[in-house]
Design a binder for this molecule. Structure first.
Ligand code: SF4
Length: 342
């Protein structure tokens, strides 16, 4: 049985807009997403900002209330747990945020922040045991245990992210949702944090749901990848397949946006970048949600919504034209001027 099983999860927000008067409008941030995660595994979740990946991560942990669907973690249906049991269950899954500074209380010392997580779940019985656990956690993320009396503002961005990781580890979770944990850091620091996450996973058997806009980062850390567009998963499969032979034009465009970090030979044909903004989730288009930006769209793409279908072992794609031969977007495809932005 998978550690995490997500079935048809949706998150909908009600939006009020003066233009529409009192009419209720709904924004579907996550649209019937299903995925699973094994113990000790890393699943990458990629897509442009605003595609719904962070909402999905938060809805899985019930930091955001899902509108419909089911989340089963470690055999328990998280989506049905009453608040008290949910708090207890939260020991099993934690979150690391993009900006660790905003998730740490600036008025609390590092030791107090980490100790708070230990206290909430009553994981220590004495002051000395508490201090010992805090020191051990700081060491495990590469920080000096003596720094537990310092405040978050005294640390660099990379060090703060290490503190955020130590705090998440305090309750000994089985899974961590990592929400863009390195995107605010310098490239050299990014590598250090990614290596730290990998080492911790090896030592503790952690499972990660790793949210990122960067396919290169995801390829480095993840065994499987799911690509999101406008709240839906449009392609998923083994990282090696998604990152080297993507079948969905959107995945191909994401890949083209990170050419310098790719390992593919310089001579390899590279898909064209795509332009334009994603359509508003308030006014989803009929047919394939990607068709207004897709350089290979056909007439049926404007009327028929593609469903996820199996293209190869564990490789699913939601595109009418996708084949396991990879790139459909030719070099001569008329790319618009602006590439997809993270
Ligand atoms: Fe492009 Fe059509 Fe495939 Fe959608 S279904 S990604 S519009 S080719």
């Amino acid at each position: 049985m998978a550690l995490l099983d997500v079935t048809q999860l949706s998150v909908q927000y009600q939006v009020r807009n003066r233009l529409f008067g009192r009419r209720k409008r709904f924004l579907r941030a996550v649209d019937c997403v299903s995925l699973s995660l094994e113990a000790g595994e890393t699943l990458g979740l990629v897509g442009e900002s605003g595609c719904g990946k962070s909402s999905l991560g938060r809805a899985i942990l019930r930091l955001l209330e899902p509108t419909s669907g089911r989340v089963v973690f470690d055999g328990k249906e998280v989506t049905r747990l009453p608040p008290r049991e949910l708090r207890r269950q939260r020991r099993g899954f934690q979150m690391i945020f993009q900006d660790p500074y905003s998730s740490l209380n600036p008025r609390m010392t590092v030791g107090e922040s980490i100790g708070e997580a230990l206290d909430i779940h009553r994981l220590v019985s004495s002051r000395s045991e508490r201090q010992e656990r805090i020191s051990g956690l700081l060491s495990s993320v590469g920080l000096d245990p003596a720094s537990s009396d310092r405040y978050p503002m005294e640390f660099s961005g990379g060090q703060r992210q290490r503190i955020g990781i130590a705090r998440a580890l305090a309750v000994d979770p089985k899974m961590i949702v990592c929400d863009e944990p390195v995107s605010a850091l310098d490239v050299s620091i990014q590598a250090q944090i990614l290596n730290l996450l990998r080492d911790l996973q090896k030592d503790r058997g952690l499972a990660y749901l790793f949210i990122s806009h960067d396919l290169a980062v995801v390829e480095y850390l993840c065994r499987r990848v799911a690509v999101m567009y406008l709240g839906r998963i449009v392609e998923s499969g083994p990282a090696a397949v998604i990152c080297r032979n993507p079948a969905h034009p959107y995945t191909q465009a994401l890949l083209a946006a990170v050419p310098t970090l790719r390992n593919s030979p310089a001579s390899a044909p590279r898909p064209a970048t795509l332009g334009g903004e994603p359509p508003s989730p308030l006014q989803p288009s009929v047919g394939c949600p990607f068709h207004p930006r897709c350089p290979v769209a056909e007439a049926r793409c404007r009327t028929d919504t593609p469903r996820l279908r199996l293209l190869g072992p564990q490789h699913e794609v939601a595109c009418h034209l996708a084949s396991d031969q990879g790139s459909m977007v030719s070099h001569s495809s008329p790319a618009t001027s602006a590439p997809i932005q993270p």
